[in-house]
Design a protein around this ligand. Structure first.
Ligand code: AMP
Length: 198
């Protein structure tokens, strides 16, 4: 199963992806996680990406497409994957289509977690507080001011990805304002429908 989770920052993509990983035994490919690892390891990519990420902007298409190209060819992604945070621009979506086609692969579905953008800052503040309380590191970009930039980047560059997939008939919209378990249940219902179609 090859899936994309799309939605603004704080929509719950990471949480739902983690649940899908357990259920379907396929890896979560989060470009955000991979970039944070590159920043922590101070690789050339990490050094280039750090400033943009800290400011809530988007890392270049070239870098993230390269990361995903390498990652989807690894063994554990052979039976499928969940893309979380990629594609984030139209050129990324087009590059993914090309990559999949070259490998004779197809996407099964694209799940949009649709949320009320005015509620997202509260969510992100809560996420930072919970991480702090659990003794986990707080993401530098989970700060209300940086978050505004991330949301702007979503509206400006990423939102267009939704109609792109809608046209191909791959898109399912999930109400991301429901409780976490209810969002998971809605996703499950959609995925069962996909299984029947495939
Ligand atoms: P995330 O963990 O998905 O919220 O991503 C954290 C940050 O990493 C984003 O705010 C961007 O700066 C960068 N990033 C992650 N994925 C992408 C992508 N597909 N394209 C461009 N930048 C990305």
């Amino acid at each position: 199963m090859r899936l994309i989770l799309v939605g603004p920052p704080g929509a719950g993509k990471g949480t739902q992806a983690t649940r899908l990983v357990e259920k379907y035994s396929i890896p979560q490919l989060s470009t955000g996680d991979m970039l944070r690892a590159a920043v922590a390891a101070q690789t050339p990519v990490g050094l280039k990406a750090k400033e943009v990420m800290d400011a809530g902007g988007l890392v270049s298409d070239e870098i993230v497409v390269g990361i995903i190209r390498d990652r989807i060819s690894e063994d554990d992604a052979e039976n499928g994957f969940i893309l979380d945070g990629f594609p984030r621009t139209l050129p990324q979506a087009e590059a993914l289509d090309q990559m999949l086609e070259e490998n004779g692969l197809k996407l099964n579905g694209v799940l949009e977690l649709r949320v009320d953008h005015t509620k997202l800052v509260d969510r992100i503040v809560k996420r930072a507080e919970e991480a702090k309380a659990a003794g986990q590191p707080v993401r530098k970009d989970d700060d209300p001011e940086v978050f505004k930039q991330r949301l702007e980047a979503y509206n400006r560059d990423t939102a267009v990805v939704v109609p792109y997939y809608e046209k191909t008939g791959l898109l399912s919209v999930i109400d991301g304002m429901q409780a976490i378990d209810e969002v998971s249940a809605s996703i499950e219902t959609v995925l069962q429908g996909l299984d029947e179609k495939v």
